[in-house]
Design a binder for this molecule. Sequence first.
Ligand code: GUN
Length: 290
Amino acid sequence: MELIEGKPVAQAILNELAERVGKNPASRPCVAFIRVGEDPASVYYVRSKQKTAEKIGIESRLNVLPDTISQQALFAEIDALNADPKVHGILVQAPLPDHLDERATFNRVSPDKDVDGFNQVNLGRLVQEDPSAFVACTPAGVVEMIKRHRIETAGKHVVVIGRSLIVGKPAALLFMRKAEFANSTVTVCHSRTQNLAEITRQADILIAAIGRAGYVTKDMVKPGAVVIDVGINRVDDPQSAKGYKIAGDVQFDEVAPQCKAITPVPGGVGLMTVAMLMSNTVKAWEASNR
Ligand code: GUN
């Protein structure tokens, strides 16, 4: 069994990006974060994205807005960043409070600054296989891990569990592309899928993006499969100082021994998400310098 760790792959990508950033000392890439409210996971994610940005010479800004903010006021914040030539990337951290419309919010971000890839224009570009598309960071990170571990995907059966905008849907689109490290036969399963285990057992590459700790068990995985665990779930852990630990969507201990390769949680896909956000930011900056 091969362990596909995120750290070395993410680090290699960040090193390449730092070099690209250094090539143009006259300008620096800048990513702006909008966080609405104080959701602890969002606070943590945005902070870790800012720290990574700083390490490779990307500037970042953070606008923290009250969780009572109106949709119009949120749009006004986004419009100001869209119009600011010093800002190359904009990320509105999800989830948003219930009274705000996430889809409308993501669509308000200029497609050329949409480093999350959640805007309808970038999703359209992804469907059209347009290389200018910004692709959602987590699924883009999954493809990058597969690429750098030279895992064969052409003609292979990729089964994605989960149909979210953030992971499941773009992951399926990426693996079905006519491209290197794609050309796969893709099946998307979700909470309403019948005989789920029967389908997941056919996967050569299984992508677990359900958001439920330990959902994928041994009996759901074909021996010799590659398993990519996208889950980042908080589970109670009285042993730890924080009172919780982070667990993936896969029962790692029982699944790992029968896999060809598997990603751990933590230390797997999560690190790639941040690296791909930096990659999208540098891409946006380079496009703006042309
Ligand atoms: N919440 C969880 N993942 C993401 C992400 O990739 N981008 C944003 N904006 N919010 C998220």
